[in-house]
Design a protein around this ligand. Structure first.
Ligand SMILES: [Zn+2]
Length: 86
C-alpha cells in the first residue's frame, strides 16, 4: 500500500483536535490540515496520505462495529436462554 503509515505525533497547534478557535468560528487547523496529527518532523501529511489513513481508520472502525454486533447478538442469545430456562 502506498503512503504506508509513518510515525505520527499529535499536532501541537491544535492539540490534536484538527480545528482551531477562530475569531467567529472553529477553523480547520492549517498545520495538520485537520487531521490532528503530523509527521515526527512537524510537517503535515500529504492529502493522499491523509485520505489513505482515514480510509484505513474507517475500515478498522467498520470491523469493530461488526465484531461488537456479533458479540452483542451472542450476549442477547445467552440472556434469552437464561430467561427461558429460569
Ligand atoms: Zn493541527
Amino acid at each position: 500500500m502506498k503512503g504506508k503509515t509513518k510515525q505520527l505525533k499529535k499536532c501541537e497547534s491544535c492539540n490534536g483536535l484538527g480545528e482551531e478557535r477562530g475569531v467567529f468560528d472553529w477553523l480547520v487547523c492549517m498545520t495538520c490540515k485537520g487531521l490532528g496529527e503530523v509527521l515526527e518532523t512537524g510537517e503535515a501529511l500529504t492529502d493522499e496520505q491523509i485520505i489513505d489513513g482515514l480510509r484505513a481508520k474507517n475500515r478498522y472502525l467498520q470491523y469493530v462495529i461488526r465484531e461488537t454486533r456479533k458479540h452483542t447478538d451472542h450476549l442477547q442469545q445467552q440472556l434469552d436462554n437464561f430467561i427461558r430456562h429460569r
